[in-house]
Ligand binder design. Sequence first.
Ligand code: PLP
Length: 388
Amino acid sequence: MNNTIELSNMYELALFPKRNFIATRGEGALLWDDQDKQYIDCAGASGSVNVGHCHARVVRAIQEQAAKLICCTGIFHHELRSKVCERLISLAPKNLRKVFLCNSGTESIEAALKFARISTGRHGFIATVRGFHGRTLGALSATHNPKYREGFEPLVPGFTHVPFNDIAALSAVVTSETAGVILEIVQGEGGVYLAEAEYLRQAQALCRERGAMLIVDEVQTGFCRTGKMFACEHSGLEPDILCLAKSIAGGVPLGATLCADSVRIHIGSHGTTFGGSPIGCAAALASIDVMIDEHLAENAAEKGDYFGAKLRAIVSPKIREVRQLGLMIGVQLKERSTSYLQALMEEGVLAIPAGPTVMRYLPPLVISKAQIDRVVEKTALVLSRPAT
Ligand code: PLP
């Protein structure tokens, strides 16, 4: 057996349903395996490489910063950390004014939960059915699917889950004890379900009226994925807290929790050693420049609609529905998706599941129309064959 897989099987905790694939290098929307076979990467590191794999400007920024300073904790100032905060605030909804930088999506959610509790003096949270917010205990308490939660109880008390896109159900549970309502604009892990703009606006109004914070989780939808820099722009939302990570730094670990003035927090009440590292910040500044200079939001909107239309045109009794916003795409099957995703990989296309029956495509936003055509052609091909 291949030594990499052998070592992994022997020493790496088996937490992921791993594929028989050894990634060696990437460029743009392409990945190569250890046999030098090329793949179109619609797994996109679970949505973390919106600017494309190893974008030259990101690589250069990392290399240059690595030669200067790798680590700098929050007790000292660092030029790039200040600039990243400024940049994020300049791009985010205008009510957001301050930033906490961390290392990942789940950390940005943990911070949001703590900030909401301490700022409101309340303890309760409302999250949604099918919502996914991460796997640390606070974020896991907001995550709905029992598959992630079972065996880890008791989770953090105070969380209630209500159906998504149902304002009456939300209204029924937001009380004077509610610190925050946490929502995704498109539920990613839950199966690529889009929030309705009116639901989001009413949810925001409800939060304002009842003194709860609106926490928007854009860990997956942020940074041009849905055709806007942030997906909350589609409905003009101004959340109290916006959680970001994944593509913020071209694939380098970084997360951010953006806060409105309603968030009041004191020195020492939260922190991180590595959050906002010089390398993460260098990569973030370069990645954000790429997103703007290469018009990745517009690209995602246009290519996403192209991709979605082509997928919808596939005639297959196995497809129940295609859901898409920008380049966040889910093809819901009437049966389990696993064997089709495996077959797709054998055909040179990588995609990931979102729940048991959804094939999810989160390609780098630099994917070309020719590459999309190929992905659609291969998707149609694998769906034309019986499941294995
Ligand atoms: N929130 C959302 C919407 C996510 O999709 C994810 C990860 O997929 C997370 C939070 C957790 O992010 P991370 O895996 O970086 O901890």
